[in-house]
Design a protein. Sequence first.
Length: 142
Amino acid sequence: MIPPDQLIERGIYRLQSRNLMVGAWNPATLGFIGVREKFGSQYLFTEYEHDLAGPPFGTARAVEYLDVTVPDNIPMLERLGIFNPDGREARYEEQNRRYVWADTGEVAPNVDLHWVQNEELFQLLLAYDIVEVARWRKENGY
C-alpha cells in the first residue's frame, strides 16, 4: 500500500477498495474518484482514503501508481453541476432545502433538473478501469 503522504495529486492509482479498481487522487476530498458500476450503470464515484478518513468511511487504499495524472484542464469533480434541459444552471441550497437558479438566486423547479457528469474525467478513468478489470480477470482465472 502507498502511504497517503506519498500520493500524487491527480495521480491515477490501482486501488484496493470497496467499489473501484482505479481512481484519481483528490487531496481536497481525501478520496479517489473512479468509475463505479452498480445495477448496470457506470458513473463517477468517490471512495475515501482508508488511513485519512478512517472507519467506516475510509474504504480505499492505493496499491500502485499508474504513472499518469489527470490533466489540469479536467476538473476533479464527479459532476459539473445541476442543469435544466435548456442548459440553465441551478444549485442546491442545503439550509433552505431547495434549488435556486445560479444566475438569479430565484427558486427553481426541480422537476426538470438533472446532474451533469464530468464526462472528460469519466472517459479518462474508464480507459484505465477497463485495462485494470481485464488484468484482474486474467490473474484470477475469469
